[in-house]
Design a binder for this molecule. Structure first.
Ligand code: NCD
Length: 315
C-alpha cells in the first residue's frame, strides 16, 4: 500500500525507499535519452510552495515535473499575497481550489507538511521543514551512494557538522539506517542534538578518529541562519577541527565518497577546492536530485509501480 505523502522518511519505510530507488534506475535511463521526457504525469498539476530560499531543490522539482509532462505552479513568496499577510491555510486552500494533485512544500517551521492535508486533498512532499526533515534529499543521497559503492548494507557513513540544525541529517540517518548502513555523527558538543540515544547512531566530537574507517564523509553546512547564538568559538576554529581539508582527505580510504547537500560554505565545512576532489560526488548528487524527484512524484501520482513505466517511449 502506497502512502499518499512523503513528509518524512517514515512515510516510506525501507520498501518505499527501495521502490523509489528502483524507479530511479528507470528515470535515469529516461534522462539519457535525446528527449529526456515521458508523458507519465500528463494532466497532473504540481504546486511548488517554497517559503524558504532554495536553488537545487526547487529547480530539481520543477525540472522533474516538466520531464514527467506535468504542469507546475511556482509559488514564490516574494511576489505572493503572503506579503499581504495571507495565512498558510488560506494560501494552501487557494492553491488547492485551483486543482492541484501534489504540493511540494518548504517552510521554516517544523511540522508544516503534516498540517497541509487538513486543508487539501493533494499529495504532500516535504522539501524541508525547519530543522526537521528533508526526505527527498535523503533519497537522492541513498541513490548516489548505491550507484557509486553498491548496496548501502554494511557501509559506514559519517555525517559531519551542524547536526543539531540539520533536516538533511535527520532524514539521512533514518534512510541510511533503514537500508542497513551504520552511521556516525561528528560534531562539537554544541552542534550535536541534545539527545541522540534513540537515533541508533554512534557519536563523537573527534573527526580525525573516524575518517579512515568511513565509506562516506557527508559534510553539512553550518546553518548560521538557524543559529540564534554562537555555537562555535569562531568559524576559523570550527574549520580547523571539523572542516574537510585536503590534508584530512588524504586519510580517507581510496574509494570513499565525499558528499555535501549544498549550498557549500567553501573554507568552512570544506576546503575551497574539495568539490573538485576526485572522491567528491557533489555534482552527482545534484544530477540525481532531478531523477529522484521524478521518482517521488511518479510514486505518489503515477501508476505507482515500475512495470507500468516500461514501454514509455520518447515523446
Ligand atoms: C539543504 C537544505 O536546504 O536543507 N540544502 C538542500 O536542500 N540542497 C541543506 C542546507 O541548506 O544546508
Amino acid at each position: 500500500m502506497i502512502e499518499r505523502h512523503i513528509r518524512s522518511i517514515d512515510d516510506l519505510g525501507r520498501s518505499g525507499i527501495e521502490e523509489i530507488l528502483t524507479l530511479s534506475d528507470h528515470f535515469h535511463e529516461v534522462s539519457t535519452r535525446r528527449i529526456p521526457k515521458v508523458p507519465a504525469l500528463r494532466g497532473k498539476t504540481i504546486a511548488l510552495l517554497f517559503y524558504e530560499d532554495s536553488t537545487r531543490t526547487r529547480l530539481s522539482f520543477e525540472t522533474a515535473s516538466k520531464r514527467l509532462s506535468a504542469d507546475s505552479l511556482n509559488f514564490s513568496i516574494g511576489s505572493s499575497s503572503v506579503k499581504k499577510g495571507e495565512s498558510l491555510r488560506d494560501t494552501v486552500e487557494t492553491i488547492s481550489a485551483m486543482g492541484v494533485d501534489a504540493i511540494v512544500v518548504r517552510h521554516g517551521s517544523a511540522g508544516v507538511p503534516w498540517l497541509l492535508p487538513r486543508w487539501t486533498d493533494a499529495a504532500v512532499i516535504n522539501a524541508g521543514d525547519g530543522s526537521h526533515e528533508h526526505p527527498t534529499q535523503a533519497l537522492l543521497d541513498c541513490y548516489t551512494i548505491r550507484n557509486k559503492l553498491g548496496e548501502l548494507d554494511g557501509k559506514r557513513i559519517t555525517i559531519v557538522g551542524d547536526i543539531r540544525h540539520s533536516r538533511v541529517a535527520r532524514s539521512n540517518v533514518k534512510a541510511f539506517l533503514s537500508l542497513g548502513a551504520s552511521v556516525t555523527l561528528v560534531a562539537p558538543k554544541t552542534l550535536m542534538p541534545f539527545n541522540t540515544d534513540d537515533w541508533g547512531v554512534e557519536t563523537t566530537d573527534q573527526f580525525d578518529s573516524v575518517i579512515g574507517d568511513s565509506d562516506v564523509l557527508y559534510m553539512l553546512r553550518m546553518q548560521l541562519e538557524r543559529q540564534q547564538k554562537s555555537f562555535v568559538p569562531s568559524l576559523r576554529e570550527y574549520a580547523k577541527e571539523y572542516g574537510l581539508s585536503n590534508s584530512r582527505a588524504q586519510s580517507m580510504k581510496p574509494e570513499s565518497l565525499i558528499m555535501h547537500p549544498g549550498p557549500m560554505n567553501r573554507g568552512v565545512e570544506v576546503s575551497s577546492n574539495i568539490k573538485e576532489h576526485p572522491n567528491s560526488v557533489v555534482n552527482d548528487q545534484v544530477a540525481n536530485g532531478v531523477i529522484i524527484r521524478m521518482s517521488a512524484l511518479y510514486y505518489l501520482l503515477g501508476a505507482g509501480n515500475v512495470t507500468k513505466l516500461e514501454g514509455f517511449s520518447d515523446e
